[in-house]
Design a protein around this ligand. Structure first.
Ligand SMILES: [Zn+2]
Length: 225
């Protein structure tokens, strides 16, 4: 028997309500797509991390399971990225074998939990992205947002660099304090779920393009094996 991978929320807390999906759309400023669960919540209950199935409804493999959505947290991550935190972390990884080992284990956790999410969301296995996680894992750091999303969804002690990133952003955002007031537009309708607009938004979304390119590379890599 393998132990189930750690997750911060229980199965009931992970269920996305209609209000959660609406909130995520407002947080992102675009329609939330293919959310199957909420990976982490603010102390007030609002989503912090949207959990995406490993395959989108469009059929595209999607390696980034945990997407950090809270605008205050995401901008804090961008800030420490701009200050060079990824460079420091990559140096640490090169110099500290214990850390490198723990980070590689975090990668395995990410894969295990994504498998579990694929199963329970009915998506099943996604061979195109087998062994491919996110954020630069297992041996590099390429995105602080991914690491923080992972740490929040897994809870402390799973992703050492995600935990370290949370510490680094704590001056601007921290998980034990609600920073939701005024963080996104709560007036008027949430970003539309209308299909035509949906497609336009996707086409102009650099993050989505990046993810699609990564999925394509992962698929090519998987084919080459
Ligand atoms: Zn809150």
């Amino acid at each position: 028997m393998t132990t189930p991978a750690a997750e911060a929320l229980n199965s009931e807390q992970r269920i996305p309500t209609e209000k959660d999906v609406d909130t995520v759309s407002r947080q992102l400023g675009r329609p939330a797509r293919d959310i199957v669960e909420i990976g982490a919540r603010c102390v007030c209950g609002n989503p912090l991390v949207a959990t995406t199935a490993p395959r989108l409804s469009s059929g595209i493999p999607f390696p980034t399971t945990y997407y950090l959505t809270h605008p205050v947290a995401t901008s804090a991550c961008s800030r420490v990225e701009a200050e060079g935190l990824m460079v420091t972390m990559n140096e640490q990884l090169a110099e500290d074998p214990e850390l490198a080992k723990a980070y590689a284990a975090a990668h395995e956790h990410y894969l295990a939990v994504r498998d579990a999410i694929g199963k329970r969301s009915g998506v099943g296995e996604v061979p195109e992205i087998a062994g491919v996680s996110a954020g630069g894992m297992p041996d590099r750091v390429k995105c602080i947002h991914v690491l923080v999303g992972h740490s929040l969804a897994a809870g402390p002690g799973t992703n050492p660099l995600g935990d370290q990133a949370l510490e680094a952003i704590s001056e601007w955002w921290r998980p034990d304090v609600c920073s939701c007031a005024g963080a996104w537009d709560t007036e008027g309708p949430a970003p539309s779920k209308d299909k035509s607009r949906h497609v336009r938004t996707q086409a102009g979304d650099p993050e989505q393009k990046r993810i699609e390119r990564a999925a394509k590379r992962a698929a090519e890599k998987a084919e080459g094996n």
